[in-house]
Design a protein around this ligand. Sequence first.
Ligand SMILES: Cc1ncc(COP(=O)(O)O)c(C=O)c1O
Length: 388
Amino acid sequence: MAKMMFEAINRQGTYTTKYDDAKKKFGTDDLLPLWVADMDLASPLCVQETIRKRAAHPLYGYTVYPDAYYEAIQNWMMKRFDWTVDRESIVPCYGVVPSINFAITAYSKEDDGIMIQTPLYPPFAGSVKHKKRRVFDNTLLYENGKYQIDFEDFEAKAKESTLFLLCSPHNPSGRTWNKEELEKIIDICIEHDVIIISDEIHADVIYEKMHHSVGSFEKMKHRCVILNAPSKTFNIAGLNTSFAIIPDKKLREAYRLEQNKSGITNGNPFGIEALISAYSEGEMWLEQLKVHLASNISCVKTFLLKHQLPIDAVPTEATFLMWLDCKKMGLSHEALLHFFIDDAKLGLNDGKSFGKTGEGFMRLNIGTSRKILEEAMERLLHAYREKL
Ligand SMILES: Cc1ncc(COP(=O)(O)O)c(C=O)c1O
């Protein structure tokens, strides 16, 4: 049943970034695209049906966020993360990256130091730089194939910083921060008066361990902004529907002011309906999706080992993105890109786009069917045997 649900859907004709922007991204579209972070899999039926029903009504005017929208978020946060969220803490938005930008301007000024942890989803550093703040990079330690936080460096940088942009779970390393790590982060940030902006967009797709929202720590109540969305989880990123959870009134008002200044405060009717439906009825589908994704991850790992390819898959504790350490291939980064794009004809994300420490890495999106993933693995093996 899960297998049938997670066949890849032909996305041609739907203006899909992953396919229709491939040429711009890789210089060719003659490749299997496994990059931008959405999935090739259909959204849950409940979401599809809700959207069809809404679309059947022939009017698509301005739309308010109804009670059901807030309740769906509150229930989801309680059910999944054991976190009681007050309704007034929730501020709807149209994307997590825009919210990061609003938070930066709301809580810091030019030249302030803002901490991030690379290798990292590029818009974090990009947003800090665009707003003319300084990037303080608490580079993650990569030891024995696993990513860890360098707490000594974290504390040193926290002393000089106004904000910390946390990615939890972390993209691209796939790390799920555990309770002890979060406690340490939180204590240091409290001590040095650093506000935490926690991007938790990948929190639902998590394997084995539990996601702890920074917002669920009582001591963070007046010091954090949590950003989340159903977009990654239910494959509805194109509906541009996200939210911030900001329990502290003053922080919330400052954030709202920035969002209002941007002029974008309306939601879109499809995104609102999709969020309500996904969070209210999509939990079973999510559990099945996670089984499918976990099995894709182990398929990649098994394939790499079986064929003794010199690529190490960093443990994926969360997300549908695998972070592949290709350094043992012994190629320069440029040669590595050439190998993936021109020889293997695979469109993965360039590790270096996640920061200097991403050199020698590639990010593989496994949010697809088993068939496509197996095709990708075969291409990789074939190119490795033929070209290297
Ligand atoms: C960590 C992280 N944050 C934010 C986003 C994008 O969020 P949005 O489309 O809501 O701006 C992504 C997309 O890949 C992501 O991985």
